[in-house]
Ligand binder design. Structure first.
Ligand code: UD1
Ligand code: CA
Length: 447
């Protein structure tokens, strides 16, 4: 165990009734991933020993999303939301025997920075609260600080007018020693204006035990919590603005930054060029020097150095583009690996395929990968030339250096170096076009 061992507890049991939604609040999307994904990413930045999510409303759906985003995280259920202190109490079984710091985050507060969390986690006090100077302190809990550090937190509902004038507010994020947490959390009662078990009472209880409590402050922007659709939309705008300026300062060219949409984990290398109206779903990496032309949608894919994509291309999960691959307009690629130098210029669907290096895929090519029940694979060997409008009925293999004639329906494997043609043979009828048109015109005049 490292000296800085931490466990992260994410509170996510709130109903989010002000969202006017059947979806649990923390599953609404921000930056292409559920809100809870932002808290999980923040947790991950601390390299914690364990992550525990407290779920309540829509708990099964939350558990499913968490399992997908962070398979090692544990879920505990809080059937009734009796307060933040009660929520943390539900994690005692999971935290049993843990020694180190417990960091409490909120599932609906996506912008706490990694530097802020690191400062909180490394602060030596027994209880450390993340505070901020609020422009409008509103209904936040107020931090009572003296020269001995943080004395206690007073919730708005319980505060007298003088306390309400304090601008230093509680963000909700807190770090404290696990043993102290176990000792004190069972003493938190609900004798207050809200009738709730307040996590914030731990500060006063710790001070009464002669323990040290302190405040780490951050920018108010970081503490933004999401309660309504309007706040979600504003948070999305803030997220995108930050992602765009980060991309620019990392050396990515954005032709029109305001029209490019990023996801939480979008990773773009220096000197990549991103055209107008490009949308990145989750799980995209674009290497240095690749170019994404306007109007592309990418998700769960990798674009290697020197590749060009679009305009109007769609890369779906599992699309792996090798270096100097060219994917042109109206091309869709799913779960397919395209080796170095492959060209897929126009109007093509490649799904569940493996395409060897320097193949040329003609316009209108389709991998017929789905028979209505199962998906099947298409293998295309290196340097093969797939003629325009080839239908590749999977499972099927086209050998290296093979060629398929335009309009061919490939239903059997093609050996290396072979030419495969499967289409009706053409016949020419001399003069028939002229005679046919003349008779059609004559019949129209006679009507
Ligand atoms: C809390 C703080 C307040 C702080 C504010 C910052 C307490 C008592 N008060 O107040 O000092 O200024 O956050 O936004 O902690 N939750 C549960 N289970 C519960 C109750 C809450 O999981 O039983 C979760 C919610 O889903 C939410 C978070 O805890 O993610 C905060 O709960 P909320 O009710 O919004 O706390 P506030 O009253 O706003
Ligand atoms: Ca709140």
């Amino acid at each position: 165990m490292t000296e800085n061992a931490a466990a992260v507890v994410i509170l996510a049991a709130g109903q989010g009734s002000r969202m006017q939604s059947d979806l649990p609040k923390v599953l609404h999307r921000l930056g292409g991933v559920p809100l809870i994904g932002h808290a999980l990413a923040a947790a991950r930045s601390l390299e914690p020993e364990q992550v525990i999510v407290v779920a309540g409303h829509g708990g099964d759906a939350v558990a499913e999303a968490v399992a997908r985003l962070e398979p090692d995280a544990r879920i505990v259920m809080q059937a009734e939301q009796l307060g933040t202190g009660h929520a943390v109490r539900q994690t005692l079984t999971e935290l049993e025997g843990f020694e180190g710091k417990v960091i409490v985050l909120y599932g609906d507060t996506p912008f706490i920075g990694q530097d802020t969390l690191a400062a909180l986690a490394s602060h030596p006090a027994d209880v450390v609260v993340l505070g901020f100077e609020a422009e409008d302190p509103g209904r936040y809990g107020r931090l009572i600080v003296t020269d001995r550090g943080l004395e206690r937190i007073v919730e708005f509902k319980d505060a007298d007018p003088a306390t309400r004038r304090i601008a230093l507010c509680n963000s909700g994020v807190m770090a404290l020693d696990a043993a102290l947490l176990r000792q004190l959390i069972v003493r938190v009662d609900n004798e207050n204006a809200a009738g709730e078990y307040y996590l914030t009472d731990l500060v006063g209880l710790a001070r009464a035990e002669g323990r040290r409590a302190d405040v780490v402050t951050c920018d108010e922007d970081e503490t933004l919590g999401i309660n309504t659709r309007a706040e979600l939309a504003a948070a999305e705008a803030a997220f995108q603005a930050r992602a765009r300026s980060e991309a620019l300062s990392n050396g990515v060219t954005l032709s029109d930054p305001a029209t490019v949409w990023f996801a939480l984990d979008t990773c773009i290398g220096r000197d990549a060029i991103i055209g107008q109206n490009v949308v990145f779903g989750p799980g995209v990496t674009v290497e240095s020097g690749a170019e994404i032309l306007p109007f592309c949608h990418l998700e769960g894919c990798h674009v290697s150095a020197g590749a060009t994509v679009g305009p109007f291309a769609r890369l779906r999960p599992g699309a792996e583009l090798g270096s100097f691959v060219h994917v042109g307009n109206f091309v869709e690629i799913k779960n397919s690996v395209l080796d170095e130098g492959v060209k897929v210029g126009h109007l093509t669907y490649l799904g569940d395929a493996r395409v060897g290096e320097h193949c040329n895929i003609g316009a209108g090519t389709v991998t017929c990968n789905y028979d209505g029940v199962s998906k099947h694979r298409t293998e295309i060997g290196a340097r093969a030339f797939i003629g325009s409008d080839t239908m590749l009925v999977a499972p099927v293999r086209v050998g290296a250096d093979a060629l398929t004639g335009s309009g061919t329906v490939i239903t059997q494997d093609v050996p290396d170096g072979a030419l495969a043609v499967g289409r009706a043979r053409q016949t020419n009828k001399p003069g028939l076009a002229i005679r046919l048109m003349a008779s059609l015109r004559a019949s129209k005049v006679n009507k």
